[in-house]
Design a protein around this ligand. Structure first.
Ligand SMILES: Cc1cc2nc3c(=O)[nH]c(=O)nc-3n(C[C@H](O)[C@H](O)[C@H](O)COP(=O)(O)OP(=O)(O)OC[C@H]3O[C@@H](n4cnc5c(N)ncnc54)[C@H](O)[C@@H]3O)c2cc1C
Length: 397
């Protein structure tokens, strides 16, 4: 296990003076526990899961036992749902180990959020309660092959038929797609093309075993490979009205609120990857220094840059998560944190590969995987460009 840079820097580096940027003792304890979990359960098998793309079900069983999976709800042992800061800490530590594992775990929190924000008690009992009891997975079906950033362009439709809806369409790039027990689905219910997005779409929770649902073949992702990404087809899928989340026409707003509420977890996962790049590079350079005694100045600058970005990225994630816990609007800070973490994780991974030289370009070298994994952060959870548009719109409003 690599020495974690924050630990290796010693006590003075974490002492607070005047203004506290520190997390609570309970959050620290949680961080240490997840760090140990990552060291014991994830890091030893991450290369294998990256190579085989095998879904890490064993890790999820253990994570669920420790309430590190499905943390938005009360655990089977009665532990309260975790606050957003705690979730961000878990996400960072798991992301340090493997962001493929982290993505699959995050998707459960993402899928549960619409039910927590807008679901009724029957829906919560039907879909969320079993997730407290067992390490059940869920998936979040919004993107389509011709509608990613532009969510309002989705073509999947839900047409009312008595006290049911009939869903037809296909969702693309769905993480946990072949492993989910149920899907969150966004579909168009107002077929008038001029209907505003805020009224045209409706959200549903749909059991995966419903007739007419067909998961496609597993996508071969460049990174975060063990998260089971698939297309999901819906062919005359009948869903009872009781599984409609919120009112008809409210789906788009529910999806946007869900992204706002969960984006800190994507940023913190990217922060974990960034922090791993730093530690892998320190470790590599210490070995090199011991063998030939030289670390050139340009490399030292790159290392310092990584260290600054880890610190900044973590603070931005903590801030956006803490704002959600405090009940204030976090859209702006969540987008800042997501953009920064995604971009800096990519810079760090690219710099690490350069510093490692030929070794960094070799399959099996941790930084080679980190570079492939990092790229995905610029795409999902809202691309970097879309985040920049959100930030600018909020600034100019
Ligand atoms: C590994 C992985 C897992 C995923 N898991 C899920 C999942 O579980 N559920 C789900 O619903 N989706 C999932 N997605 C899909 C993801 O959310 C979309 O890929 C993302 O929203 C971008 O959409 P797109 O791929 O269609 O790209 P596009 O929207 O076509 O964007 C292509 C490029 O154009 C830029 N662009 C687009 N519009 C604008 C604009 N208006 N201004 C400036 N630039 C713009 C983008 O920033 C990007 O660089 C996943 C994707 C990946 C890669």
């Amino acid at each position: 296990m690599l020495p974690r840079s924050s630990v290796a820097l010693g006590k003075a580096a974490t002492e607070t003076v005047g203004c506290s940027f520190d997390i609570s003792p309970a959050h620290k304890q949680l961080r240490d526990r997840v760090r140990q979990f990552t060291k014991d359960e994830i890091i030893p098998v991450t290369e294998e899961h990256d190579r085989t793309m095998e879904f890490p079900a064993t890790i999820f069983r253990r994570a669920h036992r420790e309430h590190l999976l499905n943390t938005s709800i009360t655990s089977r042992h009665g532990d309260a749902p975790r606050d957003k800061l705690a979730q961000a800490i878990i996400s960072e530590e798991i992301g340090y180990g493997c962001t493929g594992v982290g993505l699959a775990m995050f998707i459960n929190e993402l899928s549960m959020t619409p039910l927590l924000l807008a679901g009724d008690s029957y829906q919560q009992e039907t879909f969320l309660r079993p997730m407290a009891e067992e390490p059940i997975m869920a998936a979040y079906c919004v993107t389509e092959s011709s509608a990613g950033s532009d969510v309002a362009a989705i073509r999947t439709r839900a047409v009312r038929s008595g006290d049911e809806y009939v869903i037809n369409g296909a969702k693309a790039w769905i993480s946990n797609g072949g492993k989910a027990a149920w899907y969150f689905v966004l579909a168009r219910t107002d077929m008038d093309p001029s209907a505003p997005a805020g009224r045209a779409f409706t959200a549903f929770a749909v059991p995966a075993k419903t007739q007419g649902i067909e998961p496609g073949k597993k996508e071969h992702n460049m990174g975060q490979r063990c998260s089971d990404t698939r297309m999901i087809s819906f062919d005359d899928v009948r869903v009872p009205e009781a599984f409609r989340i919120g009112e008809e026409g409210e789906g788009f707003k529910i999806v946007m609120r869900t992204f706002d509420a969960t984006r800190p977890l994507v940023s913190s996962m990217a922060t974990g990857l960034l922090s791993r790049c730093l530690d892998e590079t320190i470790n590599f350079l210490r070995d090199r220094k011991q063998s030939d005694g030289v670390v050139d100045q340009i490399t030292q600058f790159k290392l310092a840059e990584m260290a600054m970005n880890v610190e900044m990225s973590r603070l931005m994630c903590y801030k956006s998560a803490a704002m959600i816990d405090a009940g204030s609007s976090s859209a702006y800070h969540s987008s800042l944190a997501k953009t920064f973490a995604a971009e800096k994780a990519n810079e760090a991974a690219a710099a690490a590969v350069e510093i490692f030289g030929h070794a960094g370009c070799t399959q099996g070298c941790p930084v080679e995987k980190l570079l492939r994994d990092a790229k995905i952060f610029q795409i999902y959870g809202g691309t970097t460009q879309i985040q920049q548009l959100i930030i600018s719109r909020l600034l100019l409003r």
